[in-house]
Design a protein around this ligand. Structure first.
Ligand code: ZN
Length: 341
């Protein structure tokens, strides 16, 4: 019980990409880049295992960005036609490729990556994909002219990819849907349906990660506007509770999320964010343990997975590793209290 995992991404080594930056350009190219990505995955997996993370990821070392990394293998997305768009209800600007034709997955995007991860990880592995709504929200569209239709087209492509990832050895496939906290009406109207389409028939565990974003200034400023209590999950969780998705990853540490909202996820595995990715302060084991204990009032420990609030890609590398050590130490404390260490 209380098995630890991470939301997904970890900082890349400075020789691979510029540190502490989203969309950081690669510092290698060609064969060197391909070899460098593999070395970075290997290092990040072994370090997660060494500090005691129970379900590891590839740290998203092989992708430029958590959304655009999937799009490189998709027909209908033109990376030569980039334009700056406002994303997440115009919270911040991003340079996005444009959808110019029908969305089709012409080849496996991450097939080689999951096989490499599976071959080198001693522990269960989780692989992350962007969710359909978040993809749609991070793209310019000159073809479908409908967010719902575009999301469903991506859901089919994601489903093909997810089935491949499961066959390649993934124990958990997680769809990242930060956009679910921004567009509650669309979540209800088509977001959950698109997510379930993406996960259809996937034989391993499926998860969805819903957060308040990376610890970048635009997100920190947005959180200031959300009031005393952040109740966005209240709209989404009852819908997820009725869905086929098995795990839900949510933000908790240092947030204003009312913890009782976790009670809306009856029957689901809950990945509780016990590490704040928007703060440079390293949590103590006691702080992590306190977050886990608070979550245990609403989720039984057998279904509770201590996790990070969000991806750690933009953090200082050593800071991120210190935080993950605290995550493991806090979970170990609580396991001992429960007589399960
Ligand atoms: Zn996140």
């Amino acid at each position: 019980m209380l098995r630890t995992t991470i939301a997904g991404s970890l900082p890349k080594p400075a020789w691979l990409a510029e540190p502490k930056k989203l969309w950081a350009p690669w510092r290698l190219d060609g064969e060197m880049l391909a070899a460098g990505k593999r070395d970075a995955v290997l290092a990040t997996v072994k370090r997660q295992e060494a500090i005691g993370i129970d379900i590891v990821t590839d740290g998203e070392q092989s992708r430029h960005h958590f959304v655009h990394g999937f799009l490189v293998g998709i027909d209908g997305v033109d990376f030569a036609k980039k334009q700056v768009i406002g994303i997440r209800a115009d919270r911040y600007k991003a340079e996005a490729p444009t959808v110019t034709g029908p969305i089709r997955r012409v080849r496996s995007v991450h097939g080689a990556e999951i096989r490499f991860l599976r071959a080198h990880a001693a522990k269960p592995v989780k692989f992350t994909l962007p969710g359909p709504m978040t993809i749609v929200d991070t793209l310019a569209d000159a073809h479908y002219r409908s967010r719902e239709k575009l999301a469903m087209a991506f859901a089919e492509a994601l489903n093909e990819e997810a089935l491949d990832l499961a066959a390649g050895g993934a124990d958990v496939i997680q769809f990242d849907e930060p956009a679910f906290n921004v567009y509650p009406e669309e979540v209800r109207d088509w977001g959950i349906a698109a997510l379930e389409r993406a996960a259809r028939g996937v034989p391993c565990a499926t998860a969805v990660h819903i957060c308040y974003g990376y610890g970048i200034p635009a997100n920190v400023a947005w959180k200031q506007t959300l009031g005393r209590e952040w109740r966005q999950y209240e709209d989404v969780f009852p819908l997820l509770a009725r869905s086929a998705i098995r795990q839900v990853s949510l933000e908790c540490a240092n947030s204003r999320v009312p913890l009782e909202l976790m009670g809306l996820l009856a029957g689901k595995d809950v990945l509780v964010g016990a590490i704040d990715v928007a703060s440079d302060a390293v949590e103590s084991a006691d702080q992590v343990a306190a977050t886990i204990r608070a979550a245990m009032k609403h989720v039984p420990p057998a279904r509770l997975y201590p996790c990070t609030n969000c991806g750690m890609a933009p953090l200082d590398a050593e800071l991120a590793w210190a935080k993950l050590k605290a995550l493991v130490a806090g979970a170990t404390l609580v396991r001992k209290e429960l007589g399960a260490a």
